[in-house]
Design a protein around this ligand. Structure first.
Ligand SMILES: [Zn+2]
Ligand SMILES: [Zn+2]
Length: 420
């Protein structure tokens, strides 16, 4: 096949698909707004160093997946691969620590990663996310989780499972990491080459491994749950208790860890059985060291990200919410085409959605087009039997028609629309 094509790993949204997408984002805006989160917008690219510090130089994202380029001024820039580091940068740069804490923000934007394209994974993908920065309170963890659960419920995503874990903090995690390393060394010959390397550098990252033999070893690994210090234990129990009290059923999953030092305590992930093997639909956690990592003062934070493509897949097939226009203006003769145009513009200025023929169709063709457009009414101009300055408004579903002064059509249609 020849002709232009969208780059590998990217996609277009046609109008029906974009309308569904807009619906999801509007629902998110409403749900997040009800929780006191306000939307922010950050640039599509940032200085590369932000992601090296804020994602971690040792991660696959930074090592293999970033779209990094030098601009004409010799600066190293990177297309945003994830949403949290830019929000932390924004928080520091604009002095948001002076606002009442925590500062609750959300975003909706594309992320760029050079990944191998597969079902539901793209090189440009869109993400919804929220971050609450400035409070270590367990209520904040519970709030972001409950908020994402409410979004998924309102979008009608079924078959949901909520996995949670606490990965401790600098007081208790090092001892656990030591225990884990000791355990993994004892079964080193069953691990893949990557995991043998990880077990020395950062044993927590072995939990990300997809290799079957590694997963079997990790199934029997010591659980961090049993190594939490009293403060982390209490924090985690409070989060779990609050989630249960609002009707959620968190399942403990000791595999849910993030192998970077600035992640602390709560981690969580929602998955849907409608998505098959790659079942994650959104997740996140607490990152009490991240703001400091990107150059700010020590500041706790917690948040999540959720891919729009995954959400859409989990929602299943939907009818596009497309509504037809209120009216379709039909010019019965060529002489009144100009009048039809002027009338349509007047109706649009009055706040009505209006279509008219733009392809030189006959009167019959225009009526057919009016029916196809889904319009509730056709406004007919140029009928011989009508007095001057009068139009005929015809209900397209179910017959009925009425002759109306041209100047009164907007009011007539608006009254009908409001009584619907
Ligand atoms: Zn492995
Ligand atoms: Zn602890």
């Amino acid at each position: 096949m020849s002709g232009p094509r969208a780059p590998k790993g990217t996609y277009d949204l046609l109008p029906d698909e974009a309308a569904l997408r807009d619906d999801v984002v509007a629902t998110a805006a409403r749900v997040f707004g009800a929780h006191g989160y306000r939307r922010v917008v950050t640039p599509e690219f940032e200085e590369t160093g932000l992601f090296e510090r804020g994602v971690g130089e040792a991660t696959d994202i930074v090592r293999k997946e970033m779209y990094t380029f030098e601009d004409k001024g010799g600066r190293s820039l990177t297309l945003r691969p994830e949403g949290t580091a830019p929000i932390c940068r924004l928080y520091v740069e604009h002095g948001l620590h002076k606002w009442p804490q925590p500062v609750k923000l959300w975003y909706y934007c594309p992320m760029f990663r050079y990944e191998r394209p597969q079902a539901g994974r793209y090189r440009e993908h869109y993400q919804l996310g929220a971050e609450a920065i400035g409070s270590p309170a367990p209520e904040v963890d519970a709030e972001v989780i409950a908020m994402l659960a409410q979004l998924f419920a309102e979008l009608g995503i079924g078959g949901l499972r909520l996995a949670v874990n606490s990965m401790g903090d600098p007081a208790c995690r090092p001892a656990y990491v030591g225990r884990l390393r000791e355990y993994l060394r004892g079964r080193e010959d069953e691990l893949c080459a990557d995991c043998r390397e990880r077990l020395e550098l950062n044993p927590l990252r072995t939990f990300d491994c997809k290799v079957e033999s590694c997963r079997a070893v990790l199934d029997e690994a010591p659980h961090i749950d049993e190594h939490l210090c009293p403060e982390c234990r209490e924090h985690f129990d409070t989060v779990l208790g609050l989630l249960r009290r609002v009707g959620l059923e968190p399942e403990l999953d000791f595999r849910l860890v993030r192998g970077l030092d600035y992640y602390t305590r709560t981690t969580f992930e929602f998955s849907s059985d409608r998505l098959g093997a790659q079942s994650g639909v959104g997740g996140g956690g607490r990152y009490d060291g991240l703001v400091e990592q990107v150059g700010g003062p020590p500041t706790p934070g917690v948040g999540f990200g959720s891919g729009l493509e995954r959400i859409t897949l989990a929602m299943g097939a939907r009818e596009a919410p497309g509504l037809g226009p209120a009216a379709f203006v039909v010019a019965f003769t060529d002489e009144v085409r100009g009048d039809a145009f002027v009338l349509a513009q007047g109706l649009r200025r009055a706040g009505l959605a209006v279509e008219l023929d733009l392809a030189g169709r006959s009167a019959k063709g225009q009526l057919k087009q009016a029916g196809r457009s889904g319009a509730a009414y056709a406004v007919l101009l140029g009928l011989e039997e009508l007095p001057p300055e009068t139009v005929r408004v015809k209900a397209l579903a179910g017959g009925g028609e009425e002759d109306v002064p041209a100047a009164g059509v907007a009011a007539w249609l608006t009254a009908r629309k409001e009584s619907e």
